[in-house]
Structures are given as C-alpha cells and as structure tokens.
Design a protein around this ligand. Structure first.
Ligand code: FAD
Length: 412
C-alpha cells in the first residue's frame, strides 16, 4: 500500500496551504480533493493582510497579486442617517494595507501550481475521502474513492482533516463539537455595477435599515452582495416571491443600482451560518484544521484566513517530526494549543456582534438606529485602525518560520 508522510483530506485553503508548506519542507505529502476542480460556487474570497504577509514571507505575494483582484482599503456602514467608516486598513503596518478580493478558485489554483513544483507534493482531484485506516487505536491513513479506480487506501504517518465544516472525518473520529448557533443565514448574489454607481467609494460597505442588512463588496464590474435573513428565513422570503425580494433590495440600494438583474432564485446561494468548534482537534495520527476544526461566522470574512493560519501553524509544528518519521500525539495537540486563542477570540467577537447587533437589526428593533459605536469610530479616524487590525491580522497571526520561508526541504 502506498505510504506518505502526510495525507490531507480536502483541498480548500487549509489543505492546499498545508500541502504547499509541507512540500517545501521536504515532506512527502498528498492532498485529496473530492471535486474535479476548484471552480465552485461562491465561497468567499477575502484574502487578508495576515495571509498576504505569509505569502510574502514565502516569496509569493508579488506573483499572487498579479492575479486579477480588487483592493479594499476601507470598510463602512450606511444607515438611514448616513455613511460611517468602520475600518481603515490604510492604518495597518506593513506592505499590505488592504483586503485583497481574489476568487477562491484563483487562490487555490495558485497554491496548487506552486506546490506542484515540488516532486514530493501530490494532488489527487476527484478523490473522495471515505474514512480513516486504524491500527492499534492510531489513525494510519485513509480510504478514498476515485471515479476510475474505485476504492483505495493510502497510509500516512499523519492524516490531516481539512475537509471543511461538514467534515466526514470529524464525524468518524467521534470528536465532540461545541455549537454556538447563529441568528442569521446569508444570501449571496451578484448585481451588476451601473456605469456611474453611487456605491461607496471605498469598496466595501454594509447597509442597515430596520429589519434588513445588506453588504456590498466592490468586485470591479459587479457588486458581490450578502443579504442577511433570520436563521431559516430563506423559505419565507422565497414564498413571498422574487418581486418582493427585489423591492426590498431597491429600498437598500442606491438609486441607479439594478436589483431587477436578479432573474431567478438560482442566482442566489444560501449560506447557513454556523459557529462551532471541536473540543479536541486530534486523535493519535489524525489532526483537524480550518473549518473542520472550527466553522466561523462570515462576520469579518475571516474564514479563509484562519484556515490558512491554521495550516501555517500545523506546518511549523509538524514538518520536523514528519521528516524524522515520528510524530507524537502531543505534537498534534500543540496545533490546537497554538490556534485555540485566535479561534476563541474571533468566534467570541463574532458571537457578540451576532447577538448584540445583527439579531436586533433583523428583529426590526427600532432602538438600534445607528449604533453609537459606529458614530464614535467614524468621528475618531485613529480608532479605525483597531477594527482593521482585528479583521486584517486577528490574534496571534502566523509567520513563515525561517525554514518555511527558505523551503529547507526540496527545491522546486
Ligand atoms: C457562501 C460562503 C461565503 C463565504 N465568504 C467568506 C469570505 O468572504 N471570506 C472568508 O474568509 N471566508 C468566507 N467563507 C468561509 C470560507 O470559505 C471557509 O472558512 C474556508 O474556505 C475554510 O477553509 P477550509 O480549507 O478549512 O475548508 P473548505 O474551504 O470548506 O475546504 C474543504 C475542502 O475539502 C473538500 N472535501 C470535503 N469533504 C471531502 C472528502 N470527503 N474528501 C475529499 N475532499 C473533501 C471540499 O470539496 C473542499 O474543497 C465563506 C463560506 C461560504 C460557504
């Protein structure tokens, strides 16, 4: 049976970044992705300064930013009273004072392309992980299926589950999940940008009014929109009909924007918002990272970036032991210890915003108006750097260790 140092279930941001970093470190690594390509429905595409800095430390940021992208330097909120700046990324230190909007498939293709330059990196597309192999209470690899070759097995010193928030390996490992709930779901759709759009000049903005919230992100020639509905509220919205939804949007959008461009419900993707976290992120021989370990609320657009940071921490902690051929369970536990604080703090802030602000807006609470904190931050621009830092870097951002950035293992 084939054997590698590390096999990774899932070729999302967490799995691809970990695969690349381990390959640079000379580890024999295989990533298995159940889809045939990375071109999927919209899944978020905000690449934050923490990720850009990491790419820079790996010597890849300049090439990455050659991909078509938009740079958002300020985020703001428009209420019935006016527009307020909430976060100014221009106040961040470093070379990347902005959020880069890059379609997720471009990010994943980029990582795959860089990783494939290492002979010890293997990417199997159309490979669905079915379960783990076990020997004497230890996970020793995975079972997977490909369309041509049917069911197969791959042995590995360490298996990493990066298979997202519906992780099959999580279920199989029988790990306990703490679920925190969320008061809302998010509808994602695109609207064309009229030639002389009166949208926010700074690229990203929320629009709040009683009972409604819409976020619009400037994607060059269209708006990427996120419309919040109370948890499970899509069915009622759909029952009320598309015309009623378009009329709702017209109330939130500036004059000139075109909600009628939304032709059918097929243009709308529903994200069922979840916030959860495993209480333990490993079993002997098996480690969980990214959404598989902790699903994040979309607030702040941090999911991709936390997944990438998990991968960087896991690569730093596991590459050496993987090269040595012995990975003690306490090494796997250290991945969780390193990433627990950023996860808990980020989810804590998200849950606070969900309960204190978003659920009140969605419930049509008249008292909420323009939240005083918004007015305060808008009046004191120096404070706009703080939300930018929380969103852009978060807590304990990872760096590429010198060996990771040099790529001490195999040369491409
Ligand atoms: C609609 C939507 C919008 C979002 N918007 C944003 C945003 O703007 N910014 C942001 O930062 N985050 C956003 N997110 C969240 C973000 O996409 C995730 O947090 C991030 O992708 C997590 O990365 P991951 O690698 O851990 O998991 P995923 O990206 O979920 O990747 C898991 C991968 O594993 C594969 N997989 C699953 N099961 C198997 C299996 N059995 N065998 C093999 N492969 C398998 C999947 O196909 C997938 O490619 C959004 C999510 C959604 C759904």
């Amino acid at each position: 049976m084939p054997q590698v140092g590390c096999c990774i279930a899932g070729g999302g941001p967490a799995g691809m970044m970990l695969g690349l970093l381990l390959a640079r470190q000379g580890v024999e690594v295989t990533v298995l992705e159940k889809h045939g390509d990375f071109l999927r429905d919209f899944r978020g595409d905000t690449v934050h300064p923490s990720t850009l800095r990491l790419l820079d430390e790996l010597g890849m940021a300049a090439e990455f930013l050659e991909l078509p992208h938009q740079e958002v330097r300020k985020l703001g909120v428009t209420t019935d009273d006016g527009t307020y700046v909430l976060a100014d990324f221009g106040r961040l230190p470093g070379r990347f004072p902005f959020l880069a909007f890059v379609p997720q498939w471009d990010l994943l293709d980029f990582l795959a392309d860089r990783a494939r330059r290492y002979p010890n990196f293997h990417l199997k597309m159309n490979a669905e992980v079915l379960g783990v192999l076990r020997e004497e209470g230890r996970v020793t690899g995975i079972r997977y299926r490909t369309p041509g070759d049917g069911e197969q097995e791959l042995r590995a010193l360490v298996t990493v589950a990066a298979d997202g928030r519906d992780s099959r390996l999580r279920t199989e490992a029988g790990l306990r999940l703490r679920e925190f709930g969320a008061p809302m779901d998010v509808l994602w759709f695109r609207l064309p940008q009229p030639p002389h759009s009166t949208g926010p000049s700074f690229g990203g903005a929320g629009r709040i009014t009683r009972g409604r919230m819409l976020i619009r992100l400037d994607r060059g020639n269209y708006w990427q929109c996120a419309y919040l509905v109370p948890k499970g509220g899509f069915a009622a919205l759909k029952a009320a009909g598309l015309d009623s939804f378009r009329a709702d949007l017209a109330r939130l959008l500036p004059v000139g924007d075109a909600p009628e461009a939304l032709r059918s419900w097929d243009d709308v993707r529903v994200l069922s918002v979840r916030v959860d976290r495993l209480t333990r992120w490993h079993r002997p021989g098996l480690s969980f990272i990214g959404d598989a370990a902790h699903a994040m609320s979309p607030i702040g657009g941090v999911g991709i970036n936390l997944a990438v940071q998990d991968a960087a921490a896991a690569a730093r902690l596991l590459a050496g032991p993987l090269r040595d051929g012995v990975v003690p369970p306490r090494r796997l536990a250290q991945v969780r210890w390193r990433r627990l604080l950023p996860t808990v703090v980020t989810q804590g802030v998200q849950r606070l915003i969900q309960t204190r602000v978003l659920s009140r807006i969605l419930a049509g609470d008249q008292a909420i108006g323009t939240p005083p904190v918004l007015r305060f931050i808008d009046r004191h621009p120096v404070l706009q750097g703080l939300p930018a830092r929380v969103i852009g870097f978060g807590v304990l951002p990872e760096h590429a260790s010198p060996s990771l950035s040099r790529g001490v293992g195999v040369r491409p």
